[in-house]
Design a protein around this ligand. Structure first.
Ligand code: ACM
Length: 683
């Protein structure tokens, strides 16, 4: 009763002074759903009380969080009224549907927090800590908040390079601050098996270790494993006790660990430790399990049994991506399986394995998640799809009534460059700055029924090129903050400029707390050519592509006019401003409309060898007045060699000539592959 009366009085006071500074965004990330800023502030002092009406475990999580942030309150056994933070669980809160939602009513005298669950109280505490900004002064405000999506995740690959449990716990602390609630651990892959399985000791005695510590030295070198304890061996794994510790640590922070056990592919390490599980039994040659062999199911079910005993999560990730499927057509056991089960092709064979594993996992009361390839050959009846090759897989899953977690590579793959590549450590993927991540909306274009099946969003960090803990943090932060806000906040109120200011503040917090975050405030930014349009004689003129060298439809940029539209590409060929040509090179002729004095003809190309994008080996520039007889005015040759990272090169001519038709030809070097150019400038 006392609480109700106090509440009414507080409300009246609030009404009198509300909106004085409404509209001002408070420094909270992710942005809460509703904030009303009022006059005054609450100051935590050394007699401020903390009253938590919740389960003991929730109390421990919340007091632990405040304590870790340097706040030690006087524990209160009841709501003291003034100079108190009073947190309590309520069954229903008007206007809040999610169990993770909460309300905060902060006045100069008192802070009232209500939530439907312990998680909600914990998120309210995270909000208060962000508002307090380290100094204990919390602006008077009313907040009503809940997440947009139930699943807000980070995936960390611990196979390509291994990161120990203390490091994982440190990341759990950071993502919890931003109200993320899933950490997906990619525990198994060719580069090393990372979880102790009692029944299969060779997985960690042998398949978790290699000589070269750096993944690319190993992958492009021997690709061999060594025995644990071998001098100079690199690798490691989580013992079952480590896993229990990580899972418990995460649970205290309302984070569920999702384990991923890869199948049927990405399994070279298993198939070298236990070669009888591959089609050919050859060591080091096989990446895919034999789907015809019953021993495969015995192994996978035994492994999953131990995994499910360790991880209480409802969802178990079973991989499913990028199977080469090369041995299956020649394997008598796989062929027999296909015949017996009436499977038409290798996609259906893969689907057979996934469906059988799903049945097993479901029989233990759990659900499977798989990368979007699990759609191929028929989706398992209860599976959730993790969409990574774009958004199509996730959308297709929702069309057939399945849940989807969106992690499209173009927005959510954090192993890509977050700033101008020449300012950054080498990365795997193209330019994907914070702004690009933030621009993603998982339900864009979906019908309401489909949108409801979008379970959430996740940022993925693959670590092929990320060998150290410092670099892992550098790539995760601050881009995971954009994923956090996409997963939590209202898309209608998102504004990148305003978000960036809060992200800069969060980077300050991350750095002050020992995280090696990318220096967002010092961001170099977009390629300068891409920031403005260029004016030149060929702009808007007609372009003819030679029949043997059309632009590729996947990378058509502006289509027929892309090379004369004045628009330049940025740091990535995926920005729909670079036009791509495969194999045939470039051969275009621009008609200037009439004979002109010409002093410059030039075009930029980019090179990024990992995705097979190369500089031309030869460019020839020719002029004609009648489009029949062409005179070569320049030949530019370049010795194309593989290098790391991303580079740009201008292939141009300057001089004094006349002509109406300008022909620009670019030829591939011995590597063949892709050529990308953005504009042919004629002046
Ligand atoms: C993936 O990136 N292969 C899921």
């Amino acid at each position: 009763m006392k609480r109700i009366i106090t509440g009414v009085v507080t409300l009246l006071i609030l009404c009198a002074c509300a909106h004085e500074r409404s509209g001002e965004r408070l420094n909270v990330l992710p942005q809460p759903r509703q904030i009303e800023r009022n006059n005054g502030s609450f100051t935590v002092d050394n007699v401020t009380g903390l009253y938590i009406d919740a389960l003991e475990s929730d109390k421990n999580s919340i007091t632990g969080l405040f304590k870790a942030a340097g706040f030690s309150f006087v524990p209160a056994s009841e709501d003291r009224g003034n100079n108190c933070i009073a947190m309590s669980i309520c069954k229903d809160i008007e206007g809040i549907a999610s169990p993770e939602g909460y309300t905060i009513d902060a006045t100069a005298e008192k802070i009232d927090v209500k939530a439907i669950s312990g998680a909600g109280l914990y998120y309210a505490a995270q909000t208060l800590l962000q508002l307090a900004d380290g100094n204990g002064t919390i602006p008077a405000c009313r907040i009503k908040d809940e997440p947009a999506f139930a699943y807000r995740g980070l995936m960390l690959d611990v196979s390509r390079h291994f990161f120990g449990k203390e490091f994982v716990k440190k990341q759990i602390d950071a993502i919890a601050r931003f109200k993320m609630n899933r950490l997906h651990l990619h525990l198994t892959d060719a580069a090393g098996w990372r979880i102790e399985i009692k029944k299969y000791p060779r997985l960690t005695e042998f398949a978790a270790w290699r000589k070269p510590a750096i993944w690319k030295d190993w992958w492009f070198g021997s690709r061999e494993y060594v025995e644990e304890g071998t001098e100079g061996a690199y690798g490691g794994y989580y013992t079952q006790d480590d896993i229990r510790e990580i899972v418990a640590y995460a649970a205290e922070r309302y984070i569920t660990i999702i384990p991923e056990i890869e199948m049927p592919a990405h399994s070279e390490e298993v198939l070298t430790a236990y070669p009888e599980l591959s089609c050919t039994h050859e060591l080091y040659k096989q990446a895919d399990f034999c789907i015809g062999n019953e021993k495969t199911y015995e192994f996978l079910e035994n492994v999953l049994t131990e995994v499910m005993e360790l991880f209480p999560s409802e969802y178990i990730h079973i991989g499913g991506d990028e199977a080469g499927k090369a041995s299956w057509p020649h394997c008598p056991l796989c062929q027999k399986r296909m015949k017996e089960e009436g499977l038409d092709d290798v996609n259906e064979l893969q689907s057979y394995l996934i469906q059988r594993i799903e049945k097993f996992v479901n029989s233990k009361g759990r659900q499977i998640i798989g990368w979007d390839e699990i759609l191929d050959g028929g989706l398992a009846p209860n599976a959730t799809v993790m969409s990574w090759r774009g958004t199509e897989g996730g959308i297709a899953a929702t069309e057939s009534g399945h849940k989807a977690i969106m992690t499209p590579g173009g927005y959510c793959y954090l192993d890509s460059y977050q700033d101008a590549p020449h300012t950054q450590p080498m990365a795997f993927g193209p330019y994907m700055p914070l702004e690009k991540v933030y621009s993603y909306n998982p339900t864009d274009g979906l019908k309401e029924e489909q949108a409801k099946l979008i379970y959430g969003v996740q940022g993925n960090l693959w670590v092929e090129y990320i060998p150290t803990e410092e670099l892992v943090e550098y790539m995760i932060y601050p881009r995971i903050l954009a994923i956090s806000e996409i997963g939590w906040s209202n898309p209608a109120t998102r504004n990148y400029g305003e978000f960036r200011q809060r992200a800069v503040k969060s980077v300050e917090w991350l750095k002050a707390n020992g995280y090696n975050a990318f220096d967002l405030a010092g961001e170099f930014g977009q390629r300068k050519e891409a920031l403005t349009q260029s004016e030149h004689m060929a702009k808007g003129k007609s372009v003819t592509y030679s029949a043997y060298a059309p632009f590729n439809d996947r990378y058509k940029a502006g289509g027929e006019v892309a090379l004369v539209d004045g628009i330049h590409g940025g740091w990535t060929y995926l920005d729909e401003k670079w036009q791509g040509f495969i194999k045939g090179g470039v051969d275009v002729t621009i008609d200037l409309g009439e004979e002109k004095d010409i002093n410059t003809v030039s075009a930029d190309f980019m090179q990024m060898c990992i995705p097979d994008v190369w500089f031309p080996a030869k460019v020839t520039i020719s002029l004609s007045s009648d489009s029949v007889m062409f005179k070569d005015i320049a030949t530019i040759e370049h010795n194309v060699v593989r290098d790391e990272g991303l580079s740009f090169k201008n292939y141009g001519w300057s001089g004094k000539e006349k002509g109406r038709y300008v022909r620009y030809r670019a030829e591939c070097g011995p590597q063949r592959g892709w050529l990308f150019t953005d504009e042919i400038i004629v002046k």
